[in-house]
Design a protein around this ligand. Structure first.
Ligand code: ZN
Length: 300
């Protein structure tokens, strides 16, 4: 499918450049704030062309979270436009150095070289400012900053005065879930709470990190489907653990049942999601765990 870069107006000053990872743009007079920058330089370069053509000056880049497909174009845009980079405090070190984030997926050791890991790599950049939840404006542009943690440790969303919410990966739509049958998040409970915050926000249009911009009614339908997927993972784990199993056995069974791709990156990401569920269920006393022969076992 041919991809043609264009800047679509969603409402008022709130726009988006649709791409595999959507790039949000908020305009105020002649200045623009860019929300997330895509993987690699390509989409960032295309957006810079459009903004130059429309005589808009990017003054800030805001990252919703640290994943390379959301911050990979930071270095390119900030070099080309001198715009400052803003990010939530807990995401900063991973945005500045994606190798650090990759190491979190491998117990902070350096993972072995594998081509699939390129999806997690972003060019190094420097974050100039931290965005906190009480912020009401970024580089002079009005936003309400929302706490959307759960997919990552400190993810935020930005709600514009036009009632457009740039929600990062707080919700995955149906087609993303078809492609990623074990969707990534670090904490299933925080993820559920963030879904609720999206649905109870004043947003009328929701720009997810991936997929078409949605009305609130459409968001509600996709969010309900995503929540079912999270709940099903809990149920699948509890079903499985009527007999004790090791962490690796649980991960292998769920990934096999869901038909996950056999690449290192997919496995590392799914491991995080499933470990998040195991830990959450243990904290809620629905599972117990113990160590034996240097393996962690889980059981109901
Ligand atoms: Zn993400």
């Amino acid at each position: 499918m041919d991809w043609e870069p264009k800047l679509e107006t969603l409402k008022g000053d709130s726009k988006v450049m649709r791409a595999p990872t959507n790039l949000g743009v908020h305009v105020d007079g002649k200045t623009a704030v860019v929300i997330d920058t895509g993987l690699g330089d390509d989409k960032a370069r295309a957006l810079c062309h459009i903004l130059e053509r429309e005589d808009l000056m990017p003054v800030a880049i805001v990252n919703t979270h640290c994943h390379a497909d959301h911050c990979g174009g930071n270095a390119f845009i900030s070099r080309r436009t001198k715009s400052e980079i803003y990010a939530p405090p807990l995401e900063v070190c991973f945005i500045e150095d994606s190798e650090l984030h990759i190491r979190t997926l491998f117990s902070q050791a350096v993972p072995p070289a594998d081509p699939s890991m390129r999806l997690l790599r972003a060019e190094r950049c420097r974050v100039d400012r931290r965005v906190t939840l009480d912020e009401t404006s970024i580089a002079g542009h009005n936003f309400h900053v929302m706490d959307l943690r759960g997919h990552s440790i400190g993810q935020i969303g930005l709600l514009s005065d036009d009632k457009v919410l740039y929600a990062g990966d707080a919700v995955f739509n149906r087609s993303v879930l078809e492609k990623h049958p074990v969707p990534f998040y670090v904490d299933p409970d925080e993820t559920r709470r963030s879904i609720d915050r999206v649905l109870s926000s004043k947003a009328e249009t929701v720009v997810l990190g991936h997929g078409e911009p949605l009305t609130m009614a459409e968001t509600r339908a996709h969010a309900s489907n995503f929540r079912d997927c999270i709940d099903q993972t809990d149920m699948q784990i509890l079903d499985l653990l009527d007999q004790p199993k090791t962490t690796e056995e649980v991960i292998s069974t769920i990934c096999t049942q869901r038909g996950l791709d056999e690449t290192l990156v997919q496995l590392l990401l799914a491991e995080t999601t499933i470990k998040g569920h195991l830990s959450s269920l243990a904290r809620k006393k629905q599972l117990k765990f113990w160590q034996e022969s240097h393996k962690t076992y889980w059981s109901r």
